[in-house]
Write a protein that binds this ligand. Structure first.
Ligand code: PAF
Length: 286
């Protein structure tokens, strides 16, 4: 695996290739990331990953400074998964001057759910992803980028950005990888104490239950949804969690299902704090 730290070196390294397949990350990699890299390997003529902890997507009180930097383990895993090029710029290399030019994602998609509880998050994500896309794909007529469904709203925001800017990049979704008990793999699981780790699976259980209840509600879901969500929030709250939201939305636009939306595919999404750790998860309804 070739490791490059500057935009120039990345462009030189990728020059011979026609269709990079790219997995952007913030490092602290786990099997979920490796599944994305494995998926990417089948999609391009060179497999590229990036590691960059993007300050722009953290609020001032969030964990930018303490976000785990696990360089050697990340490199070993990427190498073993068959990644061919790792782009690991430092802040000066990616943001040589203050990144005052930013991508403003569609508020209808980006200002709700995660965007409501982490204002500016998707501006930071969209801006760095656009910049990483420029670095990896340049003016190539095609490329592929793989994003995990665990960050469901992020995947939708990026897809929308790519469509609106007519970027010639296929956005491919990777399924969420879970631990044996059902906890979605996440870099932030490492913050959990052993007791919290045992409890952590309850978020996915609550979402699964909410998804089942939504399915059972059928045509009456629009009417029943507020009560079902309130119940899910209360149940998780009673276990000591601080839920931001547990909600059922349309997969198409993340808006609440309306009466008559019977054929619209749905997704249950949630974010909740367990101790000092904020976890997110989601389940698509079949
Ligand atoms: O999902 C992540 O790890 C980050 O939000 C991303 C897409 C790498 C942008 O910093």
């Amino acid at each position: 695996m070739k490791i490059v730290h500057t935009i120039d070196a990345l462009r030189q390294t990728l020059a011979p290739f026609r269709q990079p397949a790219f997995v952007p990350t913030m490092g602290n990699l786990h099997d979920g990331h490796m599944a994305l890299v494995t998926q990417a390997r089948a999609l391009g003529d060179v497999t590229v990953a990036s590691i960059f902890v993007n300050r722009l997507q953290f609020l001032p009180h969030e964990d930018f400074d303490t976000y785990p930097r696990t360089w050697q383990s990340d490199c070993d895993q990427l190498q073993a998964a068959g990644c061919q090029v790792l782009f690991a710029p430092d802040e000066k290399a990616l943001y040589p001057e203050p990144q005052t030019c930013r991508i403003q994602p569609d508020p209808a998609l980006a200002d709700l759910l995660e965007g409501q509880f982490r204002p500016g998050f998707f501006v930071g994500v969209s801006t760095v992803v656009m910049k990483l896309f420029q670095c990896v794909f340049g003016t190539r007529p095609g490329g592929v980028a793989v994003f995990g469904k665990k960050d469901y709203q992020q995947l939708m925001v990026i897809r929308h950005m790519v469509r609106q800017f007519a970027l010639p990049i296929d956005i491919v979704a990777g399924e969420t990888r879970r631990a044996a008990d059902g906890l979605a793999l996440s870099s932030r699981n490492g913050y959990l104490s052993p007791t919290e780790r045992q409890e952590a699976v309850q978020l996915s259980r609550a979402l699964r239950q909410l998804a089942q209840a939504a399915q059972a509600a059928g045509a009456d879901l629009a009417a029943q949804r507020p009560a079902l969500e309130a119940q899910a929030v209360a149940q998780l709250g009673a276990r000591g969690w601080k839920p931001d939201y547990l909600t059922v939305r349309r997969q198409t636009d993340l808006q609440p299902p309306q009466a008559g939306d019977t054929a619209v595919p749905l997704v249950a999404l949630g974010a909740a704090r367990l101790g000092a750790t904020r976890l997110i998860d989601n389940f698509e309804l079949p």
